[in-house]
Design a protein around this ligand. Structure first.
Ligand code: SF4
Length: 435
């Protein structure tokens, strides 16, 4: 009889990919995926703690399983990832949710099989939070769920200690994977039919294998086959002319770049410990646009960082206008215990942050709408990712990351298709297939 697993994932692409690794471990143990926790023999929460609401969301959902666990006593509930890796959080979790069976940290993921077996032999909650990162585990066999896209970790951890960010505390210091192993993994994925490879790291520009990041990217872009390659995330301080050069020379590298700026004010950037000024950032953007004029640039923006004045916020708006982002993730600053910024005085009142975020979202959306409108009438190449049964349409993205919807009589998931854009709806486009 089949045993079933259900994974709930919060947070970034890194976590999405780690959930694929968790799925790989569970599938090796004979578990099969299921849609509803009610049908599962094991439920795994792969958590995020980058913002308070991600944490609260996870707490809420773990709490909701209490009733189910009281009637389904053999069901295993495991909570892993960034949330329990924070100082004292595993103990808090255990106190708050004593019915959780396994609590594990970011450095224990590859040990999940052992932890499950350990739990099966005893009543007590299994809590394992490794403090130090240790060797990179190359044995994982992720059960990929995002065909035709494949995520590939090239490095783990972060050394940057941006003053608002919890990541270096829960993911440890930077560790880069062996370049040859990464290239072998990508080759294997292309052979299996994956059409889009996204190289992942907290700051891919500080990748230090046998190759530098631009050289690694170049080697991957030189591989045979019809596929695209993307990467994220790039810290602006390390974004280099060499990388621009490689991006410009290889058509397989998507003409799009996620370059988080966070703020347009130099004093806020300094307080954030970002190690670049607005002018330095803009110079890099200018160099990129000079080499790749149609490059779609996306970013992350934080409003309400401690001490942010109206002038600082205006500087952010000015920078957004100068760059002309294809899209942006906008956030209200979220205080994270243990970070330097959490101890800063002059925290910005909530109503001020709310006003600023509304204004910023409108600015970013208006840029996105203007850019989308320029697509109308053009024919673009889309990699079809899925079929949306509710809308009766296939969907996929172009190399710039823009989502396109279209009808097709045939199943074209995993294929590159040409779409004539007829309508632009904010961030997404719709049109018809052309040959
Ligand atoms: S670069 Fe900064 S924001 Fe990004 S993960 Fe590292 S510390 Fe966090």
């Amino acid at each position: 009889m089949n045993k079933f697993y259900h994974i709930v994932t919060y947070g970034c692409q890194m976590n999405v990919h780690e959930s694929e690794k968790i799925a790989g471990i569970l599938s090796d143990m004979g578990y099969v995926s299921c849609e509803e926790p009610e049908n599962a023999d094991i439920v795994v929460f792969n958590t995020c703690c980058i913002r308070e609401n991600a944490e609260n969301h996870a707490f809420g959902n773990i709490g909701m399983l209490k009733k189910l666990k009281s009637v389904k006593k053999d069901m295993i509930i495991a909570v892993g990832g960034c949330l329990p890796q924070q100082i004292n959080k595993a103990e808090n979790l255990h106190e708050k949710f004593p019915y959780v069976d396994i609590i594990f940290g970011t450095h224990n993921l590859h040990e999940l099989r052992r932890l499950i077996e350990l739990k099966q032999g005893r009543k007590k909650t299994v809590i394992e939070i490794e403090d130090s990162e240790g060797e990179i585990c190359e044995d994982d066999r992720p059960l990929r769920t995002s065909y035709p896209n494949a995520w590939v970790n090239i490095m783990y951890g972060c050394n940057n200690f941006c003053s608002y960010c919890i990541v270096p505390y829960v993911r440890g210091r930077e560790r880069s994977r062996d370049s040859k192993k990464i290239i072998e993994e990508v080759k294997g994925l292309i052979k299996e039919g994956y059409k889009e490879i996204t190289l992942l790291g907290q700051n891919v520009n500080s990748y230090r294998g046998e190759l530098t990041f631009p050289r690694l990217l170049e080697k991957i872009a030189q591989l045979d086959g019809k596929f695209r390659v993307r990467f994220m995330t790039s810290h602006p301080k390390d974004f280099s002319p060499e990388l621009i050069d490689v991006m410009a020379r290889y058509p397989k590298i998507c003409n799009c770049l996620h370059l988080p700026v966070q703020s347009g004010s130099d004093s806020i950037l300094k307080a954030m410990n970002r190690k670049y000024t607005a002018e330095e950032y803009l110079k890099k953007v200018e160099a990129l646009k000079k080499s790749i004029p149609d490059c779609a640039i996306t970013t992350d923006l934080i409003v309400g960082f401690p001490g942010e004045t109206d002038e600082d916020f205006k500087a952010t708006e000015e920078l957004v206008k100068k760059v002309g982002y294809a899209s942006a993730f906008t956030f209200v600053y979220s205080k994270r215990d243990g970070t330097v910024a959490a101890k800063m005085e002059n925290q910005v009142p909530e109503e001020v942050s709310k006003r600023r975020i509304i204004e910023l979202v409108e600015l970013v959306n208006s840029q996105t709408r203007v850019l989308s409108a320029t697509y109308i009438g053009k024919t673009i190449e889309i990699l079809c990712e899925d079929y949306d049964p509710k809308r009766g349409l296939y969907l996929g993205r172009d190399e710039y990351g823009r989502m396109g919807y279209f009808e097709s009589d045939e199943d074209v998931v995993g294929q590159f298709v040409m779409m004539k854009v007829e309508q632009a709806n904010g961030v997404s486009l719709s049109g018809r297939l052309v040959v």
